[in-house]
Write a protein that binds this ligand. Structure first.
Ligand SMILES: NC(=O)c1ccc[n+]([C@@H]2O[C@H](COP(=O)([O-])OP(=O)(O)OC[C@H]3O[C@@H](n4cnc5c(N)ncnc54)[C@H](OP(=O)(O)O)[C@@H]3O)[C@@H](O)[C@H]2O)c1
Length: 264
């Protein structure tokens, strides 16, 4: 698709991949709107990227999504692309007895329910545009479980399945549905995992987003930058080997699993 002269809403545009998307899409001549929860980070992004339009909005909050829709469509009726990028990834020990049942599924609200609700809210508007697109940012961890972040992988696998289904349902509309299967990248989201992710495995966000934009321009509906390509092949050819690889660091992080065979 032509990535010039669009009006693009990016959730979570104040850092990492979302910021990089905003910067590159502005350079290409698009009108770019970003969201985030933290107003200071939005103000800072506005200082660094004066062309960007900012909206404080939490993608896990239903009311905030409705308000965002009202504000955006009133101010930017030409909105034709939504990038569901906001996300969170937490290291969680599922045997920790102090885990709170409500907080446990926070990533589900942000990474999975958030994009699903954003699509539902904005879809009728997108369908009125001559060309339109939705890009959901999933992860290489949609292709294999990552036991250090067990809920995160579940949300991204869910978002991937939902995105494929959405693409089929929208096949006769002007709305193209893309998935960016992002590999591990040098952003604050990956910081808590640098003891298990080697520096060389972390992709530079600017290179990742350059590949993502190239994929969008060439209508590649599933975009696999960097190591995501290898994960994609491995997940189909040798999923057990891949899971073993991705399970490294669990014992070190959470201690010996309770009820292990050796304890009996
Ligand atoms: N970095 C990686 O290794 C990697 C790999 C694969 C996929 N991804 C995916 O890429 C996307 C971007 O991640 P990143 O690495 O760029 O992370 P990041 O640097 O931590 O940025 C996350 C962005 O999302 C915003 N955000 C978080 N929760 C939000 C919420 N509830 N509502 C609205 N905005 C929210 C943050 O701003 P506020 O905190 O101010 O809200 C920030 O702007 C995520 O979907 C992530 O799962 C990342």
């Amino acid at each position: 698709m032509d990535l010039r002269h669009n009006t693009i809403l990016i959730t979570g545009g104040t850092s990492g991949l979302g910021y990089e998307f905003a910067a590159r899409l502005l350079e290409l001549g698009n009108t770019v709107l970003i969201t985030g929860r933290n107003q200071a980070k939005l103000d800072d992004t506005k200082r660094r990227l004066p062309g960007v339009h900012t909206f404080q909005s939490d993608v896990s909050d239903l009311t905030a999504i409705r308000q965002l829709y009202q504000q955006v469509v009133a101010q930017f009726p030409a909105l034709n692309i939504v990038i569901n990028n906001a996300g969170e990834m937490r290291k969680l020990d599922l045997q920790d007895p102090t885990l709170d049942l409500l907080d446990l599924t926070r990533e589900v609200e942000i990474n999975l329910s958030g994009p699903i609700r954003m699509v539902q809210q904005f879809l009728p508007h997108l369908k009125t545009q001559p060309t339109a697109a939705i890009l959901n940012v999933t992860s290489g961890l949609a292709l294999t479980p990552f036991p250090l972040a067990p809920i995160y992988g579940g949300t991204k696998a869910g978002l991937r399945a939902y995105t494929k289904a959405l693409r089929v349902q929208l096949q006769h509309t002007p709305v193209k549905v893309f998935e960016l299967v992002a590999p591990a990248a040098k952003t604050s989201l990956a910081d808590p995992f640098t003891n298990v992710l080697e520096e060389s495995m972390l992709m530079d966000p600017s290179k990742l987003i350059a590949q993502a934009i190239n994929g969008l321009q060439h209508d590649r509906l599933e975009i696999y930058p960097g190591l995501s390509k290898i994960l994609h092949y491995m997940s189909r050819l040798a999923p057990g080997v891949l899971l073993k690889q991705m399970s490294k660091g669990v014992t070190e992080a959470f201690g010996q699993p309770q009820g292990k065979a050796s304890a009996r």
